[in-house]
Design a binder for this molecule. Structure first.
Ligand SMILES: *Cc1c(COP(=O)(O)O)cnc(C)c1O
Length: 217
């Protein structure tokens, strides 16, 4: 575990290497499986964006920190959980099928912005759109009026950072080839590889265990 302060230093250094301003990367502190005390500790240290991947857990933790916190939903979402998740979150990272997009649009108020989850590396990762299906999915979201703001990926796990880098560059290329004025965010990079993700153009990184330590649940 590196802790929030050390992770922040590494983000700054990676931004410098990439010639990018620090503000061009948002850190989502992934608090799934972590006790509320650790979330509050990060909050006191200034962290304002947290990520959860289970609806039930989100509804327990939501409210444990100040109202100026943004919650991002990053895990597989079942349709029957949307009602619980939608009012609580500032962003959905895991829009992984069109039926979910239609369901996300239902309900009171504006639908929070979403990212399309893209499957890289074939069978290893289960969720998300194949690269070939991304353009069609973007168009389908447009027809629904869904505020789609970018792409997200969880590449196949690898200890080889150069391999991770090539997945991240692949997602960036998909985003660039869309050439879409609204679909700009790249949510990619976790504890093991967020620095290379930043170098490859990530605008949002999702970091859990490097900040909080091993998950307890
Ligand atoms: C758990 C999780 C993370 C954080 O993983 P760490 O390796 O703990 O940084 C990031 N993204 C998603 C989608 C996750 O489920």
């Amino acid at each position: 575990m590196r802790g929030l302060e050390e992770v922040e230093k590494q983000i700054v250094a990676a931004c410098e290497r990439a010639g990018r301003p620090r503000e061009s990367v948002r850190l989502v502190a992934v608090s799934k499986g972590q006790p509320i005390e650790k979330i509050q500790q990060a909050y006191r240290a200034g962290q304002r964006v947290f990520g959860e991947s289970r609806a039930q857990e989100l509804s327990v933790k939501y409210g444990a920190v100040g109202p100026d916190v943004e919650w991002h939903f990053i895990g597989p979402l079942q349709r029957n959980k949307i009602r619980q998740v939608r009012p609580a979150v500032a962003m959905l990272h895991s829009l992984d099928r069109i039926e979910l997009a239609a369901a996300w649009m239902k309900g009171p108020g504006q639908a929070p912005p979403a990212l399309l989850q893209v499957k890289l590396g074939g069978e290893v990762t289960k969720h998300g759109f194949e690269i070939e299906a991304v353009r069609g999915a973007v168009e389908a979201c447009e027809e629904l009026g869904l505020p789609l703001v970018g792409l997200m990926t969880i590449p196949p796990p690898s200890s080889d950072l150069n391999e991770a880098r090539s997945w991240f560059e692949q997602l960036r290329d998909v985003r660039d080839s869309l050439n879409h004025k609204a679909v700009k965010e790249l949510s990619m990079g976790m504890s093991q590889d967020f620095e290379v993700a930043i170098e490859a153009g990530a605008t949002i990184i999702r970091v859990g265990s490097a900040i909080f330590g091993d998950r307890t649940s």
